[in-house]
Design a protein around this ligand. Structure first.
Ligand code: ADP
Ligand code: MG
Length: 418
């Protein structure tokens, strides 16, 4: 079917069958259609792909999409093809003949989105060819891979910094879910020489209430908190394996259905406990960060932190596991100064280079400033990710029970400068 050429909403509906854009998507689509370079930061699952797929389908030529993993490319291309959108890929995991066929299809206008590995794009032969062809966009997915601060630093991404020189008129669009400030600054500098329009959106989780409690006798306090939450499911994150075990035992003593989860357990035991989590609607898991990857159960009603997480990113990711069904959910963090000491010691004892240690300590300080803050918790957290709000949320502990005398402004400043 022919694609409507000028209305992104029509393209969205016609190709993907979606009713409308999600918050943040349309602005990015419009900027790309207007020929601007963009850098977009949106959390996982927010819908970054559509932001470049829609413009790529609408513009002449084909978009080159760089992705760090073959598996990611395969998923996206398969998904696009299932919508009937013409997409192909070039990477080392395929037969040469398949790569050639997709390349030919792109050059002949039969493919609108051509995924490739950064290594492929970096070859002089590829660059020479792309210089002459009708490339609509360069898209860099998982763009944090260019930064040494991400856990995913990939040296082959560094070559992507030359795309603007290769084709000065072709818009470059970079996407990531990693929003910490240093990584953002790195991406901006390396990919765009500092000049790019940055879009940040989608970090707010309005159904999640946020609260911090001063920490004292945490295991007793958590048992007490769970009294009001019997029958619903939650995760309690702890800073050590021992803490998960002790807390689970304490909770069972008080009649709660609780089990510990950490990387020290044998594989079969971990699998069994995860199964229980998925099938027992009242099971509470006391866990280290080992419990997380791939946990997308929609009806987790609360995430409690017995101990302080390592960074604002870790905290955000962990509380983000609650309330994926959109119904009210809670995030409660028990905070005490000794946690800060504990975390600092962990960093010191870890084997990271000094520069990385400093970076990690800075994140820790930011998180502790967040815990001690007297302004709207949500706005503070969002501001860390670069999303700016002025109206207080009305649903965090600070908004619900505002401090009376303290200088809240000074407090926010401390957080931002930490
Ligand atoms: P991200 O790359 O940001 O992690 P994806 O682009 O993979 O997220 O999108 C996550 C999911 O959201 C996909 O299943 C996608 O089809 C869906 N999605 C994205 N945008 C919309 C929209 N406007 N309407 C409905 N579903 C959408
Ligand atoms: Mg993605």
């Amino acid at each position: 079917a022919p694609l409507p050429q000028d209305d992104p909403l029509e393209t969205l509906k016609a190709t993907f069958g979606f009713e409308g854009f999600r918050p943040g998507q349309q602005e990015i689509v419009e900027a790309l259609l207007a020929g601007e370079d963009v850098m977009a930061v949106m959390p996982t699952g927010a819908g970054k792909s559509l932001c470049f797929q829609v413009p790529a389908l609408m513009r002449p030529g084909f978009a080159v999409v760089v992705s760090p993993l073959i598996a990611l490319m395969q998923n996206q291309v398969a998904l696009l093809q299932s919508f009937g959108a013409p997409a192909g890929m070039i990477h080392s995991g395929r037969e040469r003949s398949e790569n050639v066929a997709d390349w030919k299809a792109a050059t002949e206008g039969r493919i609108k989105l051509l995924y490739m590995s950064p290594e492929r794009l970096a070859t002089p032969r590829m660059q020479a060819a792309l210089k002459k062809l009708d490339v609509s966009y360069f898209v860099i997915d998982e763009a944090h891979c260019i930064s040494q601060w991400g856990h995913d630093f990939r040296p082959e991404y560094l070559a992507l910094g030359q795309l603007k020189e290769l084709r000065p008129g072709t818009p470059v669009a970079a996407f990531t879910a990693t929003a910490d400030e240093d990584t953002r600054a790195d991406m901006k500098e390396r990919l765009f020489g500092g000049q790019v329009r940055v879009f940040i959106s989608g970090f707010d989780r309005p159904n999640l209430s946020l609260a911090i409690e001063e920490k004292s006798k945490p295991d007793d306090r958590i048992a007490e908190l769970l009294e009001d939450r019997r029958g619903s499911q939650g995760i309690i994150y702890c800073g050590s394996r021992k803490n998960t075990e002790n807390l689970a035992e304490k909770l069972r003593d008080k009649g709660h259905n609780a089990v510990a989860y950490h990387a020290g357990l044998p594989d079969e035991e971990r699998a069994a406990r995860l199964d229980r989590f998925l099938s027992e609607p009242d099971l509470v898991v006391t866990a280290t960060i080992a419990f997380g990857m791939g946990i997308d159960k929609p009806d987790i009603r609360y995430v409690i932190h017995r101990d302080m997480p390592s960074s604002p990113e870790a905290y955000y990711q962990e509380i983000g596991r609650a309330g994926r069904d959109g119904k009210p959910a809670e995030a409660i963090l028990l905070y005490g100064p000794s946690d800060l000491m504990f975390r600092r010691r962990m960093i010191d004892d870890g084997g990271a280079p000094e520069e990385v240690k400093r970076h990690e300590k800075r994140k820790l300080d930011i998180l502790s400033a967040y815990c001690e803050a007297l302004t709207c918790r949500r706005n503070l957290l969002l501001s860390y990710f670069g999303e700016v709000r002025t109206e207080p949320c009305g649903a965090c502990d600070v908004c619900l029970d505002p401090p009376r005398t303290e200088d809240a402004t000074a407090d926010a400043r401390l957080f931002l400068e930490a």
